[in-house]
Design a protein around this ligand. Structure first.
Ligand code: SAH
Ligand code: SF4
Length: 373
């Protein structure tokens, strides 16, 4: 299937149940065209962006600087709403996971992970995933559809609502949400155009104004889109590596048969803007008896030589029926030591939100889980 046929087949709905068009997620130029078609000056687009992304307004009525008639006119044809919160779960460690209901009844999860120095929102890009990485819970849910730009931005807007981050006269303007990671459900580079549209608005100073330095996109290794992502978006890149050779990687990540390590690492070496100050993150999930031997660590040190990077060691987050278990702590420490001795930064990532199945690779629509039961 060609990329455009794929995009069409799995497209997000553009209209809500009442046939109104979503204005969240439209590029500014397109919004300007709509304004002109509605008989308004183009600068209304900038005013709308300000209300939507900088003030968090959810209805046209509150937009004080727009003519009253025009506000009514907008409300008849357009929306700027949020996804519905189906469930909200809080972990003992402060991580919060939401299951969101989309306008067509589909569901996705998003996760907020607070630490003393930053607040990270883990955003989903698809309902389900085309890929079937063996250790990943999301990978057991077939791709239902792509998320549209508005559905990714709605996740961020919702988190800002929750954290009370919109300016107002009497309340504090929090800055709890500092970082965005495209690491929720789905493979963002298999939904590149929509992800790019959403992230452009996210980074635009007139949009959400979140710096590209604070945004990380994680991919299982869709090689053709990696360079494009670096050139057009310039966000931080994380690669789900998980194995130091093609044989093992193909076993646990079937995408490796299409884009083997040589091609993947070539794309990494050529990632625009790469330098010791702007490193690639390689993610490596620690699977007991599978990829955690000392020899694997040595192989990894040779594989990544000369790529400015750090290696995040992720203790495997268990889920029922996966057939994997997490490596012993001591094994993980030894693995890290070998990498560190070879000069790599190899932090061991502390799992967050495991008790509510919010940790990496545990996300899946709740409805899908219930269906299976
Ligand atoms: N599809 C993208 C982004 C979503 S997955 C990707 O694969 O990179 C986010 C991260 O969680 C990836 O590094 C993924 O490999 C990792 N992951 C998946 N399942 C996991 C599990 N059960 N335990 C720990 N990490 C997991
Ligand atoms: Fe999809 Fe990423 Fe999970 Fe692989 S690890 S199945 S690419 S979400």
């Amino acid at each position: 299937m060609s990329l455009s046929t794929h995009a069409e087949k799995f497209a997000a709905p553009r209209l809500d149940a009442q046939g109104r068009r979503q204005l969240i997620g439209l590029p500014r130029a397109e919004l300007e065209k709509i304004m002109i078609a509605e008989g308004q000056p183009a600068f209304r687009a900038k005013q709308l962006w300000n209300w939507i992304y900088q003030r968090g307004v959810k209805d046209f009525d509150s937009m004080g600087n727009l003519p009253k008639d025009f506000r009514r006119q907008l409300g008849e044809k357009y929306v700027i709403d949020r996804a519905r919160i189906v469930t909200e779960q809080k972990s003992d460690d402060g991580t919060i996971k939401w299951l969101l209901g989309l306008s067509d009844g589909q569901e996705v999860e998003m996760v907020f992970i607070p630490t003393p120095t930053r607040g990270t929102l883990c955003v989903s890009s698809q309902v389900g995933c085309t890929l079937t990485c063996r250790f990943c819970h999301t990978g057991t849910q077939p791709l239902v559809r792509n998320l549209g730009p508005h559905e990714m931005l709605q996740q961020i807007l919702l988190a800002k609502d929750f954290l009370n981050e919109w300016p107002s006269e009497d309340e504090k303007q929090g800055r709890d949400l500092t970082n965005i990671v495209m690491m929720g459900m789905g493979e963002p580079l298999y939904n590149y155009d929509n992800v790019a549209s959403a992230l452009k608005i996210c980074m635009d100073p007139d949009g959400l104004g979140i710096s590209k330095r604070h945004i990380t996109l994680s991919t299982s290794g869709v090689v053709p889109q990696i360079i494009q992502c670096g050139e057009e978006l310039g966000v931080n890149l994380a690669i789900s590596l998980h194995a130091p050779n093609n044989q093992l990687r193909s076993e646990i990540m079937p995408i490796n048969q299409k884009y083997p390590l040589e091609d993947l690492l070539d794309a990494c070496r050529n990632y625009p803007g790469l330098s010791p100050m702007r490193r690639i993150t390689f993610e490596y999930v620690m699977l007991d008896g599978v990829n955690d031997a000392a020899e694997h660590a040595h192989e990894l040190t040779r594989l990544l030589i000369n790529i400015p990077c750090k290696i995040n060691l992720i203790p495997f987050n268990a889920w029922e029926g996966s057939g994997f278990s997490c490596s012993q702590e001591e094994k993980i420490n030894q693995f890290a030591k070998i990498l560190e001795n070879a000069g790599y930064d190899a932090p061991i990532r502390r799992p967050r939100g495991r008790d509510i199945l919010a940790a990496c690779g545990q996300l899946k629509s709740l409805s899908e889980r219930l269906k299976k039961k």
